[in-house]
Write a protein of this length. Sequence first.
Length: 318
Amino acid sequence: MPSTGKDPNLLVGLDTSDDAGVYKLTDDIALIQTLDFFTPVVDNPYDFGRIAAANALSDVYAMGGKPLTAMNLVGFPTETLGLEILAEILRGGAEKVCEAGAVLLGGHSVEDKEPKYGLSVTGIIHPDRVLTNAAAKPGDVLVLTKPLGIGIITTALKAGMASEEAEREATAVMSALNKDAAEIMQEVGAHACTDVTGFGLLGHALELAKASSVNVRIFAAEVPVLAPAREYVRYGLIPAGTRRNLKYVAQFTRFDDNLEEEERIILADTITSGGLLISLPEEKAARYMELSREKGLNAAIIGEVIPGKGNLEVYKES
């Protein structure tokens, strides 16, 4: 298990760009700590609150833990936007914290020209059950628990070009907790995990590969994608962050010559509140998929872990 600094109780720190910090309190309890906040990705303030809260809670789930407490982080322009809008944001966040089984303790707000919202979250886990991005093993398969395309759809939304159906679909994906996905992964015995957010699937897969000193092979045809995203990317509705992601990962990635540019962009798409990318033994993958279907999750086996030195291989098909 990775360790940073001189304190032996610091189980996960800065070493491997993991999703949260983990600090051992006793032989049976470790704290998971994380925070995240951002500007609105949808127009509805209530939905924005739900999405931002689900996104912050996801880091605890990515470590295999259970959220315990949360605190609001708020930046808000009180002089230009009504407090009823802030109330709706906070209502959405509070409901999502409650759904996670955690307790909202309070928080802090500052005056800001642009609305920002998120959570500081503390979770708990047994020290021996912490999942990191640094323990993927050759022979593992990779499971992704939510579809891609969020960044492209929200960019279309900002441009006034997204359909209401696309907005509803993207909102449903972003506001869904990774709670069930994390519980199943602990039940079947995964080796490693990270959640897919701003760096896109390829960026977070690359972090997992480097932290675990392996190569990751992804099969684009197996990756679930929200259908409107494929349409919008052809219109050029591509986030600047997605282009930066693709440019960065390209230096560490071998792309199949048959892979179209549009497919590469989707795989690198910057995501808000995405799914978990889970590395687990091949013999446990069928059980994970079975339990996922029972919970109604849109999980898919999208790749495999092979020997290597921290690089990616992306093929069109397996």
